[in-house]
Write a protein that binds this ligand. Structure first.
Ligand code: NAD
Length: 389
């Protein structure tokens, strides 16, 4: 009997290409949405990308309301306010427009508005999602404006549980947007710091998915091409935000990372989640800080795989060459080498370090790390990311 047993899911319809935001009214009609709630974040709400998108809706006479009370790393009160706006406006679907924060919150509003159980009952643990009232989930059209999280092609939303300072992943297969409009022209205004952080997030997704154990050759294939696209295009998009070709390849790499990570993630994310929840850092930038330390830690388990990946990406020098290429890319993107470069005035005592390590080893992504993430290992990775060694 073969041991090659697995479960594969592939994403949804993606209308990809610059200018395709003009198809938003058509995408709404195709998903049966007549009165959408447009969910975005307050920063984006002030920018021309939102104004020009709302103009498309106005011209098509789509009745909509805007909800923008979404903080980066969204919290429960954002969700509660979004659900209230959804119900008050009698909306029948959501346009989730923005980076991972707005996409996740938009998806969570569409999911949770019709549920009676608290959102925390649907955490991505086992099959808790089967408790949900599936018929009450509203349709979603997703429009990414960053290129990193890939939330637009995912079936989950991340939300911070404030009392426990933990980022929780809420999962339901029907949280997958019915249609995605991936229009790279919407991402040209991203500031360099966000371009770097979100791009490194896409890289972390591809890399960790590829290294995760488990049989998923399709995810592996998607992940390696995603890694190649990031190495080739992230420096270009960072240096010149108006490079539409580089922006387009990065938008693809983001969707590819999230498609691939159904296979699993690993210790980069297990450590990044508690840091994000405790210090409110940018998710992708935090992943980028941890990346080389986790790569070195996993070396024995992944050396052969990384050699193949390096060869595919045209990076010389096998594992060491790949590790150097990551460091070079981080430098080029001005990613801090240590955590205190990311969190100003950071002063972690022993108790805080132990708390982070405890949170990391129970994070749902820890199981995907190719080497078991013990508390000792998590503490040592944390020390490395503080000392830069
Ligand atoms: P973000 O959505 O928090 O946005 C960061 C900043 O970029 C915001 O200030 C926003 O206004 C700005 N911005 C976005 N698009 C812009 C544009 N085109 N021009 C100018 N400014 C723009 O950042 P993110 O990295 O995309 O998302 C991070 C969130 O996604 C975190 O909460 C993280 O936990 C979550 N996440 C979710 C998944 C998933 O699978 N659902 C995966 C990874 C991360």
């Amino acid at each position: 009997m073969s041991k090659l047993v697995s479960k594969w899911n592939y994403p949804t319809t993606v209308r990809f290409g610059a200018g395709r935001i003009s198809e938003l009214p058509d995408a709404l009609a195709a998903t049966g949405i007549k009165k959408p709630l447009f969910v975005t974040d307050p920063g984006l709400a002030k920018l021309p990308v939102v104004a020009s998108t709302l103009k498309i809706l106005d011209e098509a006479k789509v009745p909509y309301a805007v909800f923008s009370d979404v903080k980066p790393n969204p919290i429960e009160s954002n969700l509660t306010a979004g659900i209230a706006a959804f119900k008050k406006g009698k909306h029948d679907g959501v346009i989730a427009f923005g980076g991972g924060s707005a996409l996740d919150l938009g998806k969570l509003i569409a999911f949770q508005a019709g549920q009676t159980r608290p959102v925390w009952d649907f955490e991505d643990i086992g099959d808790w999602w089967t408790r949900a009232n599936t018929d009450a989930i509203a349709p979603i059209v997703a429009v990414p404006t960053t290129a990193g999280t890939g939330s637009e092609v995912g079936r989950a939303g991340v939300i911070t549980h404030e009392e426990s300072h933990t980022k929780k992943v809420i999962f339901h297969p029907k949280m997958l947007p019915g249609i995605v409009i991936a229009d790279p022209a919407l991402s040209v205004g991203m500031p360099a710091f966000i371009t770097a952080g979100t791009g490194m997030d896409a890289l972390a997704h591809c890399l960790e998915a590829y290294c995760a154990p488990g049989y998923h050759p399709m995810a592996d294939g998607i992940a390696v091409e995603g890694v190649r696209l990031v190495f080739e295009n992230l420096p270009k998009a960072y240096a010149n935000g108006k490079d539409l070709t580089a922006r387009a390849h990065m938008m693809s790499a983001a969707a590819m990372g999230a498609t691939a990570f159904q296979k699993g993630l690993g210790a980069i994310h297990s450590l990044s989640h508690p840091i994000g929840a405790l210090y409110d850092t940018h998710h992708g930038m935090t992943n980028a800080v941890f990346m080389p330390y986790v790569l070195a830690f996993n070396r024995d388990a992944i050396e052969g795989k990384i050699e193949r990946l390096a060869a595919y990406c045209g990076i010389k020098g096998g594992f060491d060459g790949f590790a150097k290429a990551i460091i070079k890319l981080r430098k080029e993107l001005k990613v801090p080498h240590t955590l205190d470069g990311l969190i100003k005035g950071l002063d972690m005592d022993k108790k805080r370090k132990a708390l982070i390590a405890d949170m990391a080893i129970v994070d749902p992504t820890a199981g995907g790390n190719p080497v078991k993430l013990t508390k000792k290992a998590a503490l040592s990775l944390l020390e490395n990311s503080l000392s830069g060694t």
